[in-house]
Design a protein around this ligand. Sequence first.
Ligand code: FAD
Ligand code: ZN
Length: 471
Amino acid sequence: MNRDALLTALRSHVGPAQVLTEGDLSAYELDWRKRWRGRSLAVVRPGSTAEVAQVVRSCAQHGTSLVPQGGNTGLVGGGVTDASGLQVLLSLARLNRVRTIDAANSTLTAEAGCVLQAVQQAAEQAGYLFPLSLAAEGSCTLGGNLATNAGGTQVLRFGNARELCLGLEVVNAQGEVWDGLTGLRKDNTGYDLRDLLIGSEGTLGIITAATMKLYPLPTAVIAALVACRDLNDCVALLELAQRRLGSALTGFEVMESFALGLVARHYPQLARPLPDARWTVLLETGDSDDEGAVRARVEALLEAAMERGIAGDAALAHNVAQRRAMWHLRESIPLAQAEEGPNIKHDIALPVSAIVDFVSHTDAALLAAFPGARIVNFGHLGDGNLHYNLQAPDTLAPQEFLARHEHEVNEIVYDAVAARGGSISAEHGIGQLKRDELAQRKSPVALAMMRAIKRALDPRNTLNPGRILRR
Ligand code: FAD
Ligand code: ZN
């Protein structure tokens, strides 16, 4: 690679001001968890799909690999360069236009660097709901959401990023543009490249734009916090809520008391509408009925749950501010964990029917192996997805605990997940964090097919090498 020649080419493609090589680049090079710090040959910020294609072509010609990045909120180290100083960090942040809203087709086409919240707002201004929603929505981007097949808090009703996506525009590893922004709900013309690209974490192509599904705005959204004695009761409440509310049930989150305790410790100003309980459920319904009717259905559900002894106290939000406050509590858990210090994160999926057994078995196994370890358990119970995290015992330096015990902790957790037919990554992806775990735990046949796809689409290993697969 001729570094100077490559930099000259990159500057000519995107303009010298958009090729950053000096100064503090930690906004790009340090990941959100502050676990991985890269050093890039340059941070390059193209402003159009054509510029992305030129950048990829030049990098490929010079044998230089690229790491695409959106909002840099990923949690598995997939979006930052390695420490070699030889990779280009390709920021999609300037591709931030909502291109079109097709009202009759209920679709929105936006560029990859659009911040998720901006996409939600554009949809709302046009009278639609764009339901993808997660705590990082103020910074994460549509491209990053698709590259990681993000989940979030509305998956129960609307599915994850994949299920919301109808078409993609992609720059491939050769620097060619594939315009697949069809907006079609049916299209059986061979292999589904869209679905292959979604969740590929920047290893198969650079997503530059996407056509996404829109939904009617619900007329009534009601949220409630419910106290439960144990996780068994949370699962029973989920089943009852699904029976009673049907597809109007949009979210069903659980939070163990220690997780909410961390929020209280680090954000004491946040309102706590319910007294502390062993488990707290946050459920939400969104419906096109009138608000009184929806509220009455939720109240009837809670009464039935109390009669059956599966719910204790409950608080219903009476306005938007109260509803937001409930979500704020839930969404503050990862932030409070970050304040508390470095921690071991797990993003696991299990059949809902296996979750109680998993948690009781794994809590006991972890506490036996690491007395005093603090389990931070919360997540999207409605999707069978827990963020089953571990904070070091109070008495130990977290960095040292992680360095010494992270592998053993993961073995305990992932063995228990595997024994119950679960997944080691429900929604955050593999990145570099779980790459070696994936190599050990995924079927060899599946891994061989994945490697064959990577080799076929990116034979020179230009795009995000070493992420998901080592080679
Ligand atoms: P980045 O972090 O920039 O990148 C993530 C990966 O995608 C990297 O591998 C990168 O190379 C690749 N990539 C980025 N843009 C592109 C592109 N245009 N083309 C190709 N590849 C690309 N995730 C959930 O699923 N559900 C949650 O509830 C959730 N909650 C979160 C809460 C917090 C507080 C935080 C910090 C993160 C959370 N996440 C959650 C993690 C989630 O994966 C990201 O927030 C989001 O999807 C990533 O978007 P991003 O733009 O920040 O991507
Ligand atoms: Zn999540």
